[in-house]
Design a protein around this ligand. Structure first.
Ligand SMILES: [Zn+2]
Ligand SMILES: [Zn+2]
Length: 100
C-alpha cells in the first residue's frame, strides 16, 4: 500500500493517506474521500495557477429537491486523520464512480 503525504510548499501539513481515490487540498489542507467531494468544496472557478477559493466543508450545505437544506459533508475519523465524506446516503453513487 502506497502512503501518500502532503508535501505541498510552503504550507506543508502532516496529513498522510493511503486511498488512491482520496483527494487532499493543497490550499486549505482539508482531506476528501473522493475527487468528486474535493471538487464540491471549491465551487468557484479554478485560477490559472491551479488554486481556487475553498469552501469550509464543515459549513457547506446543499438544497435537496424538496427544499430541505442538508450539510454537504460529514467528517469521519480515519487511521490517518480526519476525512470529509458525502453527508447523505443518496450521494454515495457519486463516490462509487471511482470504482467503475
Ligand atoms: Zn481546499
Ligand atoms: Zn496538506
Amino acid at each position: 500500500m502506497t502512503i501518500q503525504d502532503c508535501s505541498i510548499r510552503p504550507r506543508r501539513c502532516e496529513r498522510k493517506w493511503t486511498g488512491v481515490n482520496q483527494a487532499h487540498c493543497s490550499s486549505c489542507h482539508e482531506h476528501f474521500s473522493t475527487v468528486k467531494n474535493f471538487d464540491l468544496h471549491r465551487p468557484g472557478k479554478v485560477r490559472a495557477d491551479g488554486t481556487a477559493a475553498c469552501g469550509k466543508p464543515a459549513t457547506m450545505t446543499r438544497t435537496k429537491r424538496d427544499g430541505t437544506v442538508v450539510p454537504l459533508f460529514r467528517e469521519v475519523e480515519t487511521v490517518n486523520g480526519p476525512m470529509w465524506v458525502s453527508y447523505v446516503e443518496d450521494t454515495r453513487d457519486h463516490d462509487k464512480e471511482q470504482d467503475a
